[in-house]
Design a binder for this molecule. Structure first.
Ligand SMILES: NC(=O)c1ccc[n+]([C@@H]2O[C@H](COP(=O)([O-])OP(=O)(O)OC[C@H]3O[C@@H](n4cnc5c(N)ncnc54)[C@H](O)[C@@H]3O)[C@@H](O)[C@H]2O)c1
Length: 261
């Protein structure tokens, strides 16, 4: 006997990200890894990019064990323009045309401006700001041709409000917001939405570097009273990457427990 056709409601719900090619920079650990995990969980093909091959491959392996999407590890220094363009070619050859780019790679080299070295200034600006430009250059052709393409830049509340001891980081993250808005205007004609997320304090290796006293002091400035989790940022990325956000571009979404309002 021939089985009757399955009712629509019996079919597994296909994720809108199924087989989409997604690049997440700085996804060997922390927030980037969780963003990558969220896309793999929805069936996407995800390029895991971090500085070290061992980290990227270990993360890709971990995410592949989880499925249903796939992850592939890449080692790239996003601050290096030529290396990033090469990385773009490799991703296109391995996974296909990219339609979602998440610029997440970031570093800190904190210190008061009076004492900050040129090297610490350059490292932070080259990674956090120029790195995003480099990645856009590497993927712009396919992004401009893709349907429902998205660029999501991970900025920071520090880029909105400044912070003593972080003039390099604040400048890079504020710059990323300006970059987001200019690019949103340039790419709008091709329906590519470009937005930024400004996380507050999220529990990762970056915040683990703060002393317990500093952490307690910061929590007093957060209306919701606690640090956020990596999932809070990944959820915001998934929203902005999805069809539900098709009419949102050039915006900064703060995910910060109410620090900046
Ligand atoms: N953790 C927070 O509280 C917080 C708050 C606001 C914004 N952010 C931003 O979120 C992003 C992720 O932060 P995180 O806390 O997960 O940091 P993290 O230090 O845990 O991870 C950063 C990732 O970026 C990668 N990376 C650094 N330099 C790179 C380079 N030159 N090329 C390629 N990859 C590079 C690292 O290898 C790592 O995988 C960063 O842009 C950070 O500025 C974090």
């Amino acid at each position: 006997m021939v089985a009757p056709p399955a009712a629509l409601c019996d079919l597994p719900r296909m994720s809108q990200f199924q087989d989409k090619v997604v690049v997440v920079t700085g996804s060997g650990r922390g927030i980037g890894k969780e963003i990558a995990r969220a896309f793999v969980a929805r069936g996407a093909k995800v390029a895991i990019a971090s500085r070290t091959e061992a980290n990227s491959n270990a993360t890709a392996e971990e995410l592949n064990a989880m499925g249903p999407g796939t992850a592939k590890g890449y080692a790239v220094d996003i601050a290096n323009h030529d290396a990033t363009v090469e990385f773009g070619k490799q991703v296109a050859a391995d996974l296909g045309a990219v339609s979602i780019l998440v610029n997440n790679a970031g570093v800190t080299r904190d210190g008061l401006a009076l004492r900050m070295s040129e090297e610490d200034w350059d490292t932070v600006l080259d990674t956090n700001l120029k790195g995003a430009f480099n990645a856009v250059k590497a993927f712009q052709r396919t992004l401009l041709k893709a349907e429902d393409a998205r660029i999501i830049n991970i900025s920071s509340v520090i880029g909105l409000m400044g912070n003593a001891g972080q003039c390099n980081y604040a400048a890079s993250k504020a710059g990323l917001i300006g970059f987001t808005k200019a690019l949103a205007k340039e790419f709008a004609g091709r329906k590519v939405c470009v937005n930024a997320i400004a996380p507050g304090f999220i529990v990762t290796d970056m915040t683990d570097e703060l002393t317990p006293e500093m952490q307690e002091g910061i929590k007093k400035t957060i209306p919701l009273g606690t640090f956020g989790e990596v999932e809070d940022i990944a959820n915001a990325v998934i929203f902005l990457a999805g069809k539900e956000a098709r009419y949102i571009t050039g915006q900064v979404l703060t995910v910060d427990g109410g620090m900046v309002m």
